[in-house]
Design a protein around this ligand. Structure first.
Ligand code: F6P
Length: 342
């Protein structure tokens, strides 16, 4: 009999519970025991675990958030962190850990494998920026929330003849801004991968005015930056345990500049954590379920230091090392397609 520990780390998203449910159901079907590690890696540092049963995961497939809690804890930032993890893995007799999260959380899982602690990963981030997988849990739900927000901004922008700048999450990659901008019919999309130019943005707004369109929607990823300055707009100078600054505010900077240059009334909207909340979409629940099942299969087959992944329509696996090596930038072909509609 195997004992599996499961955790969710980093920023949450709507379909994590569907993946936890799948991990528990598949593990129990194989005769394994599952322990939920609370609040990401912090739970393993502090020995905060609880046994998960069929009842623990009953009725959670449509619940947003994560029943296990999450945190941005980096055990390798604490001097005694790796040792504490070793001790608790031993104490709870865990044979393997399934970690759900983005590059930070899965980077820790990769390091644990190197220390001899078997771990596998499940991709989960609304940023959808993990390498080696076409999809990360949470993305479709966030995409649907942001697209809905852009639709709503359209109607008020149109009534007031305004320019609306909508700020969308995405620190290093613009997947969410790009695809929501495409789906929502944004007039300009700004992403971290491509530095933007105010002259270009204002020219597009003017062209629309000349066509009789008195309003414009600018979709901007929080990590986008102008050519002239080149640096991202941050809320705080401090960094988290993984060295990330808290981004936010680029929409206001852009709105001010557009108003100054064009004279058109402009407003900024930061969607913030609304993008990570609420009920998961059907697609997200299905992908989370398939990825959760795959993670247990990886453990069952002794394929550690791997991440369950999506390749086309298939569920597959990829080495964790590859998944966390770098950020997956947006597909530039898609960016060019979106530009056709500016
Ligand atoms: O990593 C996912 C993410 O949603 C990023 O897009 C965003 O920059 C960050 O999390 C926000 O983190 P927090 O919830 O810690 O403010």
């Amino acid at each position: 009999m195997k004992k599996i520990g499961v955790l969710s780390g980093g920023g949450d998203s709507p379909a994590i519970n569907a993946a936890i449910r799948a991990v528990v159901r598949k593990s129990l079907a194989l005769g394994y025991e599952v322990w939920g590690i609370k609040d990401g890696w912090r739970g393993l540092l502090e020995g905060n675990l609880e046994k998960l049963t069929l009842d623990s995961v009953s009725g959670i497939i449509f619940q947003g958030g994560t029943i296990l809690g999450t945190s941005r804890t980096n055990p390798f930032k604490r001097e005694d962190g790796p040792q504490k993890i070793q001790e608790n893995v031993k104490r709870f007799q865990l044979d393997a850990i399934i970690a759900m999260g983005g590059d930070d959380t899965l980077g820790v899982a990769h390091k644990l494998n190197k220390m001899g602690i078997p771990a596998v990963g499940v991709p989960q981030t609304i940023d959808n920026d993990l390498c080696g997988t076409d999809y990360a849990i949470g993305f479709d739900s966030a995409l649907s929330i942001v697209t809905d927000a852009i639709d709503k901004l359209h109607t008020t922008a149109c009534s007031h003849h305004r320019v609306m700048v909508v700020e969308i999450m995405g620190r290093d990659a613009g997947w969410l801004a790009l695809l929501s901008g495409l789906a929502g019919g944004a007039d300009v999309i700004l992403i971290p991968e491509v530095k933007f130019n105010y002259d270009d943005i204002c020219r597009r707004i003017e062209e629309r005015r000349q066509r009789g369109k008195q309003f414009s929607i600018i979709a901007v990823a929080e990590g986008a930056a102008p050519e002239e300055i080149g640096t991202q707009v941050t809320q705080k100078a401090t960094v988290d345990a993984f060295g990330h600054v808290r981004l936010g505010g680029i929409s206001s900077v852009i709105a001010e500049e557009i108003e100054k240059r064009t004279g058109y009334e402009t407003r900024a909207t930061i969607l913030g954590h609304l993008q990570r909340g609420g009920t998961p979409t059907a697609y997200d629940r299905i992908m989370a379920t398939r990825l959760g099942v795959k993670a247990v299969e990886l453990v069952h087959n002794g394929q550690f230091d791997m991440m369950a992944c999506v390749k086309g329509n298939q569920i597959d696996s990829v080495p964790l090392e590859e998944a966390v090596a770098k950020v997956k930038p947006v597909d530039m072909e898609l960016f060019e397609t979106a530009k056709l509609f500016y």
